[in-house]
Design a protein around this ligand. Structure first.
Ligand SMILES: [Zn+2]
Length: 392
């Protein structure tokens, strides 16, 4: 996909990196990652994976040996989870450039939340194809990063929450089809991973764990919601800090993962849980998210790390770039070099006021950690979570 062409002088070989402990991590992307989607005025119209690819290139963290190109999922593949009528409705509406009112009503797209825009079908199908590919590559014992994935709200027969299809579901399904007996899914996005939970409600081979902001759309994923026994929800209060995330990992997520003994892990790492995101009220540093992903994928060999939400282009680009660096065992620079700063300086976002753009977002990759007290509400969540999931 030519991701390295912009900075040929800065190429490094992943396999030469002494810090890589296992099979080198792979980065799955597509040409869609470089194209804007969703039209103007949508929260997802900001540069996202394109900025990550540019930043990684500027740091010399991308080369053709690390890159894999997403395939477009076929309609037959999409129908493995989604209602074929829905798949066809999205395809036909995209081709026609319009949505019939009855289709909009039935399938939830063609509105502000899930707009119809040129190429939406192929773009969404490519996210699915990328996650299927990521799962296949992970089966080789790798960590595979697919930041264009993470559309965790997509439902079998309708779009929801900016998600048309549900690519995490396909990554998990591909792992199961390959004979993986236990898949752990951990969702660190600020919003409940409702679509993934629903997809595997009756599936004992999959544990779905979601840490998300309490009281935030889609207003599901209460602590008592264990689905049919295979889901763990941890709805956290606004202002959720690094210490509180570490506490929940220590007391609930890691013990649950250890008990389940997954043979593969899929993580959705939306960046909307970071401080500064305009659509959530959580307050994590990116370092805390990197640590969390590393801890979660440490429970198995094969691992798929997906993107997800994230509506602040600076915090998103820095987080996923640094995550790719960490997955490859690279040292995170204290100060970014000039070309990387220029990329960050070029970003714009209607949802973030100019005076709210932190100077550190333009010159560094790693946030200053954001520790804090572990509040009673979080301790209570941990107690309830441990009791509900047999960890007490
Ligand atoms: Zn989200």
């Amino acid at each position: 996909m030519g991701a390295s062409s912009s900075s040929p002088a800065l190429l490094v070989q992943c396999s030469n990196d002494a810090a890589v402990a296992r099979v080198p991590a792979l980065f799955v992307a597509s040409d869609f990652c470089r194209q804007p989607g969703f039209g103007k005025h949508h929260p997802l119209s900001i540069p996202r994976v394109s900025a990550v690819l540019e930043l990684c290139g500027a740091l010399g963290w991308i080369d053709d040996g690390c890159m894999r190109t997403s395939r477009v999922a076929t309609r037959a593949q999409l129908a493995g989870f989604h209602d074929p009528e829905y798949v066809e409705a999205l395809r036909a509406s995209d081709a026609a450039g319009r949505v019939e009112p009855a289709v909009r009503e039935r399938h939830g797209f063609g509105n502000f939340e899930n707009p119809l825009f040129p190429g939406v079908f192929e773009r969404a199908a490519t996210a699915v194809g990328g996650s299927i590919l990521a799962a296949e590559l992970a089966l080789e014992g790798r960590v595979v990063f697919h930041p264009a994935g993470g559309t965790h709200h997509g439902r079998r027969d309708r779009a929801s929450g900016f998600c048309y299809f549900n690519d995490p579901v396909f990554a998990i399904r591909r792992l199961l089809e390959a004979g993986v007996g236990r898949v752990l899914y951990v969702d660190l996005d600020a919003h409940h991973g409702d679509g993934v939970q629903e997809a595997f409600l009756d599936e004992p081979r999959v544990r779905v764990v979601s840490i998300h902001e309490q009281g935030r759309w889609p207003h599901s994923g209460a602590i008592e919601d264990v689905g049919h026994g295979y889901a763990c929800n941890l709805p956290v209060p606004s202002g959720f800090n690094d210490s509180e995330l570490e506490f929940l990992l220590d007391t609930v997520v890691s013990p649950l993962a250890a008990a389940f003994a997954p043979q593969a892990v899929v993580v959705t790492c939306g960046t909307d849980a970071l401080a500064g995101d305009p659509l959530s009220g959580l307050a994590l540093s990116n370092v805390a998210l990197w640590d969390a992903v590393e801890r979660v994928i440490g429970h198995s060999g094969p691992a798929v790390v997906l993107g997800g939400g994230g509506y602040n282009p600076w915090t998103l680009a820095r987080c996923w770039t640094g995550l790719w660096g960490r997955l490859g065992g690279r040292a995170i620079p204290v100060e970014l070099p000039g070309p990387a700063r220029l990329i960050l300086a070029s970003l714009e976002c209607d949802l973030v006021e100019d005076e709210d753009v932190d100077a550190a977002w333009l010159s560094t990759l790693a946030d200053t950690p954001r520790p804090g007290p572990v509040r009673d509400a979080v301790k209570s969540l941990a107690r309830q979570g441990r009791a509900l999931h047999g960890l007490a």
